[in-house]
Ligand binder design. Structure first.
Ligand code: NAP
Length: 214
């Protein structure tokens, strides 16, 4: 797939690198310096290049949206027309000092995103995992058991794209249902972050779901 990265920070840089190493064509965009994007593309050691958000969005089969909530309108504006685009959003609707969700319980960042780009196909994915575990999970992808990664959305085609990229990244995709389920997964992401950074297990922690009963 052609994957555009909108936001090449902790999440976007790592996931873009992983997608490139998994064989996808990646465009890194949106950082405070162009040289950083070019360096990421070189270090990815795959089919990767640097570009503007508009170039990342053009011809993309999927876009990874990985910016702080406060940068959302800016990056979407720079990306241009996103009609029909599959957008995997790992962005959480956090306040400026990252201490609280600014949208929660009766809505979610993912649902708010739909109102910003109603013509796009939004899937909430990759936000329930700390960026620190991503490379380890990718390196361990041939193991029998994989950590789970939940995703949700209302567009079936978009969800298939998400499930493929989640699988290629080394996780077991878990379809959590429609986009409104992001009301539960976004606060859950804060729990995972709390355990990873404040708990005893450190950032290696990535969760696994067990199916009970038959
Ligand atoms: N980090 C995690 O473990 C994690 C886990 C789950 C969910 N999330 C969510 O994922 C999203 C991205 O998180 P992150 O940790 O990857 O954030 P980040 O490291 O801050 O990355 C954000 C990107 O936006 C760029 N940026 C910021 N201001 C800019 C500006 N004025 N002009 C151009 N580019 C600008 C940054 O540029 P620079 O590269 O130059 O700084 C960076 O590439 C957030 O919504 C977060 O809540 C993060």
């Amino acid at each position: 797939m052609r994957v555009g990265i909108l936001g090449s920070g902790l999440m976007g840089a790592k996931l873009g690198t992983i997608f490139a190493r998994a064989g996808h064509e990646v465009v890194f965009s949106y950082a405070r310096g162009e040289e950083k994007l070019r360096q990421l593309a070189r270090d990815a050691r795959g089919n990767a290049r640097a570009g503007t958000p508009r170039e990342a969005a053009q011809d993309a089969d999927a876009l990874l949206l990985a910016v702080h909530w406060s940068r959302m309108d800016d990056v979407l504006g720079q990306a241009g027309d996103l009609s029909g685009k599959v957008i995997l959003s790992c962005s959480l609707p956090m306040n400026d000092d990252n201490t609280a969700l600014v949208i929660a319980h009766t809505s979610s960042g993912a649902e708010a995103l739909v109102t910003k780009v109603p013509e796009a196909r939004i899937v909430s994915a990759f936000n329930t995992v700390p960026s620190e575990v991503l490379f380890q999970v990718f390196e361990s992808r041939r193991r029998a058991t994989r950590p789970s990664l939940v995703y949700c959305g209302d567009d079936e085609g978009g969800k298939q794209v998400a499930a493929q990229l989640i699988t290629d990244s080394g996780f077991a995709p878990v379809d959590a249902g429609p986009l409104r389920i992001a009301r539960y997964t976004e606060p859950f992401a804060l729990l995972v972050g709390e355990l990873a950074y404040e708990g005893n297990d450190g950032p290696e922690l990535a969760y696994r779901f067990e199916r009970f009963g038959a």
